[in-house]
Design a protein. Structure first.
Length: 508
């Protein structure tokens, strides 16, 4: 397998030019050859705007076929692709543009005034626009370009993309991913998940994130299969599209919302061979309910912005609820002591560290942070706490920063959440630690309930015999919905801020 995603894409276009690459909502089918030619026109436009190999191209635009092809066009000329969350405000965009210093910024036409001013202030030299329908000055400019373009031939270690982390513990960091990182992970996933050229991937994920942009797109290209591209998740549209799809990738909220649809039946899902979930933990209850409804066991995997995918439940074999499976081929994973870095015994909870061709090259212009998180021997300290069981399955017990220390004892939120989610009437839960005058931190359960009659006392009673006292929530609070980011991850930082004073007045 070649070491660059665009080379794989070029090979697919040459060998199977009429094979469908993108299938759009309106029935339009873009073949591999047509998509390849379009990347040439977009690439020529980038070159006309003075973009050179190694320059950054930043984009904040709605999901469309044209937006996806800007990624491949960027790879084609050796530029560095920088996708930005469409929910970011201008003040947030200011930071990313100032930090990455792109040569070109693609943005929505409706943001013209504010982005023109911002780019002038930050001296971003070139701008183009792209709307939700794939039109704008980018599309118009590309239409006028030639369908022949040179292809930059780089090295596997050349920088291909920068993805900024969420910045929940400080300013966002730009994770630098190489062509080799992307290509190796795509080849591994295509093989591990049994992708073939006949597969059709139902794609409702955003394309500013590693899940929708790299896992979905690159794996499809590696196999020469097809993408059914939806602008966003819409349960009704998913239901209509499922009979023509063979694979679906999603976040847990996709699956919980589908389960709330009476039309989501075993027959409706019969043509799909694989449902994949990631980007946030999938509750055991959702796993069981999905299996009972459809006969499919959702395949949960584990990845990060800095590493692409690290582990996966097996394609053949037990897909264990609450587990993210085994390390992928070529990926080394170990559990270490969070303070000393010493490797721990199987069954002990500790820090997850990974090493492999998927692991990024470091953080953009943050050498100190890179040295802090990326060891000299190539192991990346993920910040996730995990455990490996006797069969080798990896489970995530939480982020290191989410660890609760109650009365000197460690409480892992995932353990408590699993029990909460199994209580009848609980839709989902989040467990956080908050300042407590006696215990240091007190365990608080934030619950989204299915049953409005569910009470704090009922939940505490259900947990009483299942957990040691120090692990039991000292308070249970209810919210109509848990706060999430665009990838479905529960935002515990927001919950901690909202309920920070819940133990005020409690005597030590």
């Amino acid at each position: 397998m070649t070491s660059a995603v665009f080379s794989i894409f070029q090979d697919r276009a040459n060998r199977s030019p009429e094979a469908p690459f993108l299938q759009l909502e309106d029935g339009t089918v873009i073949t591999y050859r047509a998509a390849f030619d379009r990347t040439a026109r977009i690439a020529n436009l980038f070159l006309a705007h003075n973009v050179k190999p190694g320059d950054r191209i930043a984009i904040q635009a709605e999901k469309s076929a044209e937006a996806l092809l800007t990624y491949l066009a960027s790879l084609r000329i050796g530029a560095v692709y920088l996708p930005l969350n469409t929910a970011y405000t201008p003040s947030e965009i200011r930071y990313f543009l100032g930090d990455a210093r792109p040569a070109l910024f693609l943005h929505r036409p409706e943001d013209e005034t504010v982005m023109a001013s911002l780019c002038a202030e930050l001296r971003v030299p070139e701008r183009l626009t792209l709307d939700a329908d794939g039109r704008g000055t980018l599309a118009e400019g590309a239409d006028a370009q030639s369908a022949a373009s040179r292809i930059h031939v780089g090295q596997p270690d050349d920088l291909a993309a920068i993805l900024y982390t969420s910045g929940t513990t400080g300013r966002s960091k730009g994770a630098m991913l190489t062509h080799g990182n992307l290509a190796s992970n795509a080849a591994t996933l295509a093989d591990y998940w049994r992708f073939t050229a006949s597969d059709v991937l139902l794609h409702a994920l955003p394309i500013f994130h590693t899940h929708g942009l790299f896992v979905a797109t690159n794996t499809t290209i590696a196999a020469g299969s097809s993408i059914m591209l939806l602008p966003r998740f819409d349960a009704r549209k998913i239901l209509a599209a499922l009979p023509a799809a063979t694979v679906m990738m999603g976040v847990p909220t996709f699956y919980t919302r589908l389960l709330s649809e009476p039309e989501f039946t075993r027959e409706r899902a019969a043509h799909v061979r694989l449902f994949v979930s990631g980007s946030a933990p999938l509750s055991a209850e959702t796993h069981r309910e999905f299996s009972a409804r459809t006969g499919h066991a959702i395949l949960e995997r584990y990845g990060m912005t800095e590493t692409n995918m690290n582990t996966s439940n097996p394609y053949d074999g037990d897909r264990v609820p609450g587990s993210v499976g085994f390390p992928l081929p070529g990926v080394e994973l170990k559990i270490t002591h969070p303070e000393t870095g010493a490797q721990l015994a199987q069954g002990d909870v500790g820090m997850i560290e990974v090493r492999g061709p998927n692991v990024f090259m470091g953080y953009w212009e943050q050498p100190e942070k890179t040295r802090e998180d990326l060891r000299a021997d190539g192991f990346f300290i993920t910040g996730d706490l995990g455990v490996i069981d006797a069969r080798g399955y990896v489970s995530i017990v939480g982020r290191a920063r989410d660890l609760i220390i109650c009365g000197g004892y460690n409480v892992y939120p995932a353990e408590v959440e699993a029990l909460l989610d199994a209580i009848p009437g609980v839709a989902e839960s989040a467990v956080i630690g908050l300042p407590h005058p006696d215990m240091g931190e007190g365990v608080v359960a934030v619950v989204q309930a299915r049953d409005p009659a569910l009470s704090e006392d009922a939940i505490l009673e259900a947990l009483a015999g299942q957990l040691a006292r120090f692990k039991q929530p000292r308070r249970v609070v209810f919210l109509p919905e848990l706060p999430r980011n665009t990838m479905g991850k529960i935002q515990k930082k927001e919950l901690r801020a909202q309920f920070e004073q819940i133990f005020d007045g409690v005597k030590a």
